[in-house]
Design a protein around this ligand. Structure first.
Ligand code: ZN
Length: 581
């Protein structure tokens, strides 16, 4: 395996992740290395020689993506650190130059006289993916890509720099999360009004950022020959075998089969809480009158409990979880200056995943840990694939492993919640159902915004409020003018940073629910199926991947009706009023 001089090379033998040096990527050298490989590929005299150059390009791509991801991670861990902020800006500005160089290599690969032999060595999907990605890039949009990256950073910085003073202490928006489902209604009301007040105060600024994002994305789409951003967005998401039309009919099925179930869950919740003045928007986070279940221990216990759970669950999950924990690849606690949300990042050069979370003492800490570890395990099992593209599946499938893991860990929830384990399970399952209409509305909203790029900020908000009444009819914002004007989406960072990515969560949830329903019949068989599904990585596109893994496609036939019925049967086994203690 060759390495490239002057380009940081990584290998899997590292001690602690925090000690891995994060260097400023040498963009000129990376571009030159791609140039060298491009030349070598075009001059290759035999299929073997060509294949060896392609393999070198995988090493280069792993090193570059690892260097870039490390910068991203460090910046997200402390957005106030000037050094990593400047590195992150540098990477934002220079990423497109490297993309241009690697794109030139891909073009020579597509046109190679040995393409047939290379397809039989590496699989034809790689070539199909490059062909699709060709429809997403041209040197004419490099400047636009830089602007798009900068706008994303502008949004991230605006949200992560928020400092909310509550009862004399400063909190980040993530840290405020724990007050939003506090059992004390007054705490929820005050905290919600402070959190949404921040968005209300920055409403115009956020609206301007989003408008500029829509304009730059529409401009790129037009330069590439699409009528609007939708086609480009789908191609950028690597959606090879489904379209915006499929999404539309899928959203209709959610309205038909899921929204009524979600409405019944909300009705029961309203009755359980029994407020004489009905439910305000800040009450819905309160699932039980007695308060939501909380993990029994603090952070060390959470990790130790997870170690025990995976040790009991499966050797492979246990080995990998311990490896991550021992190498400092878990950063779970919320703290000021840390970016919001949670994610898993696969560091291919180091052959490890990294989990980032903002744990704050709520049951979500457990969801996030099991969820992100599902991603991690898939990354690890799929990581054996030689072709980087094949290690993990497309966007619509990559949440399936994480969400399924949340359900596959149900039998161990006593470990985290003790006697409140059923209380957790019932809520978690209800949350899955009530999430689906929300995932739908985010997709509906974005689709509408990109189909109508010239709307004003106020028109976008009005549309949001209109569809919110259809998908989420339980919400009443009478006492919050900002939310009543349709501003809820402004906190959803995917809308800004990952355009058209969200429906994927709902598709993944349906598959996860399938795994859940199967695991109730035979847990071991369901887990075996899960591991094989993880190992398949991204070796096939969406529809073929599901069918090879023996999973029903949520978009097709009666899948939604069937899963909806299965979940309703399980829900009927719980007595939520009895759990509410
Ligand atoms: Zn995820």
């Amino acid at each position: 395996m060759r390495t490239f001089s002057g380009i940081q090379h990584f290998d899997e033998h590292f001690g602690l992740l925090k000690d891995v040096p994060v260097e400023k990527p040498d963009v000129a050298k990376i571009v030159a290395a791609y140039g060298e490989l491009t030349k070598a590929l075009s001059e290759a005299k035999s299929p073997e020689e060509a294949a060896s150059v392609v393999r070198d390009s995988f090493v280069l791509s792993d090193d570059v993506s690892t260097a870039f991801n490390l910068v991203y991670i460090r910046h997200e861990m402390d957005t106030k650190d000037e050094y990593y902020r400047s590195l992150s800006d540098f990477v934002d500005e220079n990423g497109p130059k490297i993309q241009e160089a690697s794109n030139a290599f891909d073009q020579v690969l597509l046109a190679s006289p040995f393409r047939k032999e290379l397809e039989s060595t590496f699989g034809s999907l790689l070539f199909e993916e490059i062909e699709l990605s060709n429809k997403t890039f041209s040197p004419a949009i490099v400047e636009d890509l830089v602007e798009e990256n900068k706008l994303s950073s502008e949004y991230v910085n605006l949200i992560s720099s928020a400092l909310i003073t509550y009862k004399g202490t400063n909190y980040s928006l993530s840290q405020m999360g724990k007050f939003l489902d506090d059992p004390d209604r007054e705490v929820r009301r005050e905290a919600s009004s402070l959190v949404w007040g921040y968005y209300a105060n920055h409403d115009e600024e956020i609206g301007r950022i989003y408008d500029r994002m829509i304009q730059v994305r529409t401009r790129m789409a037009k330069k590439l020959g699409y009528p609007n951003y939708l086609g480009l967005g789908y191609a950028r998401m690597g959606r090879l075998d489904w379209t915006a039309e499929d999404a539309k009919s899928y959203r209709q099925k959610i309205l038909e089969y899921i929204v009524p179930v979600a409405n019944r869950i909300h009705e029961a919740q309203k009755k359980r809480l029994g407020y004489p003045d009905g439910m305000h928007y800040y009450d819905w986070a309160m699932f039980y009158k007695s308060g939501n279940p909380v993990p029994q221990g603090g952070m060390p216990e959470l990790v130790d409990d997870a170690r025990k759970m995976y040790a009991d669950m499966s050797p492979i999950a246990s080995q990998y979880f311990n490896q991550m924990a021992d190498h400092g690849c878990l950063d779970l606690m919320a703290r000021p200056g840390k970016a919001g949300g949670g994610f898993m990042c696969w560091l291919s050069g180091l052959k490890t995943s990294f989990i980032f979370a903002n744990s704050n003492g709520t049951s979500e800490d457990v969801d996030t840990l099991t969820h992100e570890f599902g991603h991690s395990l898939q990354g690890f099992l799929g990581g054996v694939q030689e072709v980087p593209n094949y290690r993990s599946p497309g966007a619509e499938c990559c949440e399936m492993h994480s969400m399924s893991m949340e359900f596959l860990t149900y039998p161990w929830m006593e470990q985290f919640f003790g006697k409140a384990a059923d209380k957790y399970r019932y809520q978690h399952l209800c949350d899955a159902i009530t999430f689906l209409p929300y995932g739908d509305i985010i997709d509906d909203f974005q689709t509408y915004c990109y189909e109508n790029p010239n709307l004003t900020h106020q028109e976008r908000k009005a549309y949001w409020r209109k569809i919110e009444k259809l998908y989420l009819p339980h919400l009443d914002y009478e006492d919050n003018a900002f939310l009543a004007s349709g501003g809820f989406w402004e906190h959803q960072h995917h809308v800004f940073e990952n355009p058209l990515y969200y429906l994927d969560y709902t598709i993944a949830y349906i598959v996860a629910l399938e795994f859940f329903l199967e695991s109730r019949k035979d847990w071991k068989a369901a887990f075996r199926k899960y591991v094989s599904f993880c190992e398949l990585g991204g070796t096939l596109p969406f529809r073929k991947l599901l069918s090879k893994a023996g999973l029903a496609n949520p978009m097709d036939g009666d899948t939604l009706a069937r899963v909806s019925q299965g979940v309703q049967d399980v829900l009927s086994e719980f007595d939520p009023d009895k759990l509410d203690v």
